[in-house]
Design a protein around this ligand. Structure first.
Ligand SMILES: [Zn+2]
Length: 70
């Protein structure tokens, strides 16, 4: 049986990601991850993830160069 404990390359520095819901810094190895619109977001807690799930658009503020809101 495969153990599947894959050792990852450490050449890439793990980057902390900002939780878009509460703006807390979430380390890559903690919290919850969610792939939305091709981007990976991280959340400090299930609560934040749930909030995001309800209304992602509210939290995903793409800084558009044009500033045009659809
Ligand atoms: Zn949070």
């Amino acid at each position: 049986m495969a153990h599947g404990h894959h050792k990852e390359q450490t050449s890439e520095q793990p980057k902390a990601i900002i939780d878009p819901v509460c703006n807390k810094v979430v380390e890559v190895d903690e919290g919850y991850g969610k792939l939305h619109d091709g981007e990976l977001y991280r959340f400090c807690s299930k609560e934040c993830l749930d909030k995001f799930d309800v209304d992602p658009v509210k939290y995903v503020t793409k800084t558009d160069a044009t500033g045009a809101l659809k």
